[in-house]
Design a protein around this ligand. Structure first.
Ligand code: KG4
Ligand code: ZN
Length: 352
């Protein structure tokens, strides 16, 4: 079975084909980074327009790379939300129309569920897959959430950011530091030259019970530090990047540790763009060692940030679970993962 995955929720046009026996057999990504870089953030209107011009050529070239024709496809999966509405509509209308014209199912995918399921790609057997329930840390530009995964499609939110997402805090702090967009990878690069101990940034919400996060105070702390030092030398920037990254990583680590303790789960999955952060990955190794002995799983870096592969894979899992494929085209800018179920998204069904 071949499933075409289409991702257009933000600033990446991602297309991939998942094969039920062979796994991901073709993946293409067109990143709009250079389009948005001059603005220091994603401009929604530009994003939608660019998806429109990229989507068809990208689907054609992805199929050609896998030596496939449209008629070889068995289903189309597309991101239906959460995300930028105009951008989502491009993938949704394209995906549904293509599926309709081919007479095959079109599956509406929740972007955050796709991030969450991405680490399971390549672990599609009972021996290698983490047993339920496991905990997932979803850390992207739009979300920071700790989720207990009771089963595929059955999610309990353990905690979430009460203000900025971790990736958003990276992006905004990088902007005030004058670093390149997107901010996460830039801060990580600059932090490599940073010195430990010069600045100590707060670890937000660690003194409070539960698994919620807050990152906007950290961003403000960075801003205040910058304003006091201006003009910044390269070493100042590197030291601030170091302290900022350390504070985010330590906060995420502490909350994950708490979530593992509270749930008694043995497996932790890290997903979303910020899960590409090497310092975070390295810190999480401490959960793997005794006495905690948690197994920590990450997708490969290319599957951490937005991509079509995770959408095709999520589509396959949902189809396998018997998901119906309605004809209505519906997208949602907000779509909490806790509203999903194994018989998902009633609001995405056509009126009967
Ligand atoms: O999952 P993603 O590609 O898009 C959303 O769904 O938001 O995540 C993008 C976010 C951006 O905020 C970006 O700065 C951050 O992930 N990011 C990183 C790294 N790579 C991407 N943050 C920290 N370190 C990284 N290496
Ligand atoms: Zn994402």
């Amino acid at each position: 079975m071949h499933i075409l995955g289409i991702e257009t929720s933000c600033d990446e046009t991602g297309v991939a084909v998942f094969h039920s026996d062979k796994g991901l057999i073709a993946e293409s990504l067109y990143s709009q980074i250079s389009l948005h870089a001059p603005y220091g953030g994603v401009v929604p209107e530009l994003a939608s327009r660019d998806h429109i011009s990229r989507i068809l050529p990208l689907v054609k070239s992805t199929l050609a790379a896998a030596d496939l024709h449209l008629t070889d496809l068995d289903a189309v999966a597309y991101t239906a939300g959460p995300g930028l509405l105009g951008a989502l509509l491009v993938g949704a209308t394209f995906g549904r129309s293509l599926a309709y014209s081919l007479g095959i199912p079109a599956i509406a995918i929740n972007h955050m569920e796709a991030h969450l399921l991405a680490p399971l790609l390549g672990m599609d057997s009972a021996d290698t897959q983490p047993g339920f329930p496991f905990v997932a840390l979803l850390v992207s530009g739009g979300h920071t959430q700790l989720v207990r995964v009771n089963a595929i499609g059955d999610y309990t939110i353990l905690g979430a950011s009460i203000d900025d997402a971790a990736g958003e805090a990276f992006d905004k702090t990088a902007k005030v530091l004058g670093l390149d967009y997107p901010g996460g990878p830039s801060i990580a690069r600059w932090a490599l030259q940073g010195r430990a101990g010069r600045f100590s940034f707060p670890r937000p919400m660690l003194d409070r019970p539960g698994c919620d996060f807050s990152f906007s105070g950290l961003k403000t702390h960075a801003l205040t530090t910058i304003r006091k030092l201006e003009p910044l030398s390269d070493q100042d920037k590197a030291d601030i990047a170091y302290a900022f990254e350390e504070a985010v990583v330590e906060t995420l680590f502490a909350k994950c540790s708490r979530a593992m303790q509270e749930t008694g789960a043995r497996h932790l999955i890290l997903a979303g763009g910020v899960a590409a952060n090497l310092r975070l990955r390295s810190r999480m190794k401490d959960l793997a060692s005794a006495p905690k002995n948690v197994s920590v799983h990450y997708p490969p870096t290319r599957l951490c940030t937005d991509n079509g592969g995770m959408i095709a894979w999520a589509g396959y899992l949902r189809l396998r679970a018997g998901e119906s494929a309605p004809l209505a085209i519906d997208t949602r800018a907000r779509w909490p993962i806790s509203e999903l179920s194994s018989d998902p998204a009633p609001e995405l069904r056509s009126p009967s």
